[in-house]
Structure formats: structure tokens, C-alpha cells
Design a protein around this ligand. Structure first.
Ligand SMILES: Cc1cc2nc3c(=O)[nH]c(=O)nc-3n(C[C@H](O)[C@H](O)[C@H](O)COP(=O)(O)OP(=O)(O)OC[C@H]3O[C@@H](n4cnc5c(N)ncnc54)[C@H](O)[C@@H]3O)c2cc1C
Length: 374
């Protein structure tokens, strides 16, 4: 089968790998003109994605993650209030992305090409890629949480803002005196205050190095934001453009960066505020819940964040993308003829599988006092 994939990020790459593996003719169209880089910061790589990378990629847990040994909560003065074992493998979005890209046979990804529409009939689907039309059997929408293909299929549906934002940043371990960061190294360290949660952990260097001294701290600061004017101000970039859900590193307005720095100095334990103040290119993501009304419409299937976006506290976005990819390949063997029926069955099964994950996110957020009350 000819499978066109819109979006060459984690979900698109994972699906391309599994479908290519079983003999389908796969082509990814990614709107970014160049391979993606450094946009996502740190990720905890849970079991499914780690197993996926070990089976389909060139990497295993020890090669792409900085192990964490303890989960430690600290108060405003930096005193430890809770300390428990934690063995999460923290990696970076880049490391996961590179591992997937490097395994895909060459020529499968076309950069600088946007999927702009489609028309389907009984025999196939015509996919519009900029000015070109490509005939395919299946179109996979792996175009992320703000999916334009989902909007085309379900124009009345819109993701809902969860009521809080995440300020994020990455800063080199080498920028600090060893003594100043000693308590943060190889721990996941957290601080909670009403309506906010800060966390920091080490991730690999941009080139993948895990050598002490070369790694990076990833920090996230979740904060409730109920005021729509403030939210709009934070989502307005340096050039004055208002974004729907996120602003990439280096594009925050000077006003937002100044607000972030001031809040950090006033509200965070000093071991954390030093990370925020040293971060050259902080970024922001508003947290949205998205569950597409359906995961399939005829020959179009939605995967990854386009199908549903789980809360970041579940740390399961990449693992969910891996499961989407594996389950799709199981549902679409190379000799399948009843594609539409098979995709419909896949959709029903996947929706049932992700329900508990979708419920878990808001519950976890509520335990931290984040988001609207349940
Ligand atoms: C604050 C935060 C923390 C997170 N932490 C974790 C974590 O610890 N662990 C974890 O597993 N996950 C985490 N995630 C989630 C994880 O990053 C995503 O779930 C995962 O990357 C899957 O994304 P995706 O490939 O579906 O979409 P995206 O990464 O959004 O990619 C969509 C791609 O489609 C392209 N595109 C869009 N429209 C078109 C078009 N029309 N034509 C062609 N290309 C197009 C875009 O350029 C982009 O490359 C976190 C998310 C957030 C917001």
C-alpha cells in the first residue's frame, strides 16, 4: 500500500518505521524545511517507546538517557521534604527523534512540504501536497496537537485549554559550579506551591553525550493561568505574532522573559531560580486537552498528538505514539484489501485503549493543584 504521512515528528517517524518494516510504500511530508531540532526539551521515555527504540532504532536505554535515582521534593528554602526512589530514564526529544530518523531508510522524508488537503473515493485518496496531488491508499495525520487535518475532518471540534501553562528551559550543566547543582544531579527534583509545580532533571547533551559536565538540565514550571489577557500576552512572540499553544525557544517576547525571571527570583527555591535565570532561550507551552471526535475517517487515520493529546504529567506522549505505530502496522498487513474497515476497527480499539491515559492526566494535575477543578 502507498501510505502518505503528514508530519515528520515522533508519531510520523514511528509509524513510517513500522509500516515500512512490513512492506508498505511510505512517504513522510514534513512542513519544516529542515530536519527538526531541539524544540522539545526533555522527555521521560517510558517503557513502550524505549522498547520501540530498542527494536527499531539504534539505541537502548543506557545510550540515550540519564538515569534518575531519587525523586526529591524541596520547599521554598531548599530543604528536602520528601525523598523517594525513582528510576525514570530521562532523555531528550532530540535523542528520541535522532534515533527514529537514523533507522528510517533514506529518502522517505520530504522536508519543506505541507499536506494541505485530500479527497477520498472508493478506490483511494488523493493527497494534496502543496501544489502536487499524490494518489495513496492511506493518509496518516501525524501533524500534532493543533492538527489542521483534524480541523478539516471535524471543523466543529477544538482542543480545550486545561487552565495552566508550562514555562520550560534547558541549560548546560557546565554553566554552574558543581557545588551549586550537586543536589540536582541524577535526581528528579520538584517544588510545589499553590497552583504551580516546578521540576528539574538532567538530560543528554544536544549531541547525545551523557558524560558528566556535558549534560543539560531540563526544567518545567507549570503555573495556573486563568487570565486570558495574560495568556495571550505570554503567547505573543517577539515579532508580535499570537500563537495558539506554544512559542519556541528564542522567540518569547522580552516582556515574557522579564516576567518569568522576576517570578523565578520571587517564588522559587534558589537552586531552581539559578536554572531559570541562566537559561538563554526559555519557551512556553499552554497545556491543552485534545481528543479527536474519531481517529479515522475513511482512509485518513490520526495518530500521535493529532489523535489525542495527553497531559505531560503522564510522560506518555512518545510511548503513545509508539503504540499507535505498532498497532497500525498490526491492523494493516501488506496484503490487506479492506483498508477502510480495518482502519475503523483500529480506531475503535485505540480509543478504548487511551481512555484511562486521558483520564489519568487531569487527575494527576489536580493532585498538584493544576488546572480547573475536576
Ligand atoms: C510540556 C510537555 C512535556 C512533555 N513531556 C513528555 C515526556 O516527558 N514524555 C513523553 O513521552 N512525551 C512528552 N510530551 C509529549 C510529546 O512531546 C509528544 O506527545 C510527542 O512528541 C508526539 O508528538 P507528534 O509527533 O504527535 O506531534 P508533533 O511533535 O507536534 O509533530 C507534528 C509535526 O507535524 C508537522 N506538521 C504540522 N502540520 C503539517 C502539515 N499540514 N503538513 C506537513 N507537516 C505538518 C509539524 O511541523 C511537526 O513536525 C510532552 C509534551 C509537552 C507539551
Amino acid at each position: 500500500m502507498k501510505v502518505v504521512i503528514a508530519g515528520g515528528s515522533i508519531a510520523g517517524l514511528a509509524a513510517a518505521l513500522t509500516l515500512d518494516c512490513i512492506g508498505h510504500d511510505v512517504a513522510i511530508y514534513e512542513r519544516s524545511p529542515t530536519p527538526l531540532r531541539g524544540q522539545g526539551g526533555g522527555v521521560a521515555v517510558l517503557r513502550r517507546m524505549m522498547a520501540f527504540l530498542e527494536q527499531h532504532g539504534h539505541h537502548c536505554r543506557d545510550m540515550i538517557s540519564v538515569p534518575t535515582h531519587r525523586r526529591r521534593w524541596i520547599d521554598r528554602d531548599g530543604a528536602v521534604t520528601r525523598d523517594e526512589p525513582e528510576m525514570l530514564p530521562f532523555s531528550s526529544w532530540d535523542a528520541v527523534y535522532r534515533s527514529l530518523c537514523s533507522t528510517l531508510p533514506p529518502g522517505r522524508i520530504h522536508y519543506g512540504r505541507s499536506v494541505t488537503g485530500f479527497e477520498q473515493d472508493a478506490g483511494g485518496i488523493d493527497v494534496h501536497i502543496d501544489d502536487q496531488r499524490i494518489r495513496a491508499d492511506v493518509l496518516l495525520a501525524a501533524d500534532g496537537t493543533g492538527s489542521s487535518l483534524r480541523a478539516r475532518l471535524f471543523p466543529d471540534y477544538a482542543p480545550s485549554f486545561a487552565g495552566y501553562i508550562a514555562w520550560r528551559g534547558i541549560v548546560d550543566e557546565a554553566d554552574f559550579d558543581a557545588a551549586a547543582i550537586a543536589t540536582l544531579v541524577e535526581n528528579m527534583t520538584l517544588h510545589k506551591a499553590p497552583g504551580e509545580l516546578f521540576m528539574a532533571f538532567l538530560i543528554p547533551a544536544l549531541d547525545g553525550s551523557l558524560e558528566p559536565g556535558t549534560r543539560r538540565f531540563n526544567w518545567l514550571w507549570y503555573r495556573n493561568e486563568t487570565d486570558s489577557d495574560t495568556l495571550r500576552r505570554h503567547l505573543t512572540d517577539q515579532a508580535g505574532q499570537v500563537h495558539h499553544a506554544s512559542i519556541h525557544p528564542g522567540q518569547l517576547s522580552d516582556d515574557s522573559v522579564a516576567t518569568l525571571r522576576q517570578l523565578a527570583s520571587e517564588r522559587l527555591p534558589s537552586v531552581f531560580s539559578q536554572l531559570v535565570l541562566a537559561t538563554r532561550a526559555p519557551f512556553i507551552q499552554a497545556i491543552f486537552d485534545a481528543l479527536s471526535p474519531d481517529f479515522v475517517e475513511g482512509r485518513v487515520a490520526l495518530i500521535g498528538d493529532a489523535a489525542c493529546t495527553v497531559r505531560p504529567h503522564t510522560a506518555s506522549g512518545t510511548s503513545k505514539a509508539a503504540r499507535d505505530a505498532v498497532s497500525l502496522a498490526e491492523s494493516l498487513p501488506a496484503d490487506a484489501t479492506d483498508v477502510v474497515q480495518r482502519l475503523a476497527a483500529w480506531s475503535a480499539e485505540r480509543r478504548a485503549e487511551v481512555t484511562s491515559l486521558l483520564e489519568k492526566g487531569p487527575q494527576l494535575a489536580a493532585t498538584f493543584g493544576l488546572g480547573r477543578p475536576l
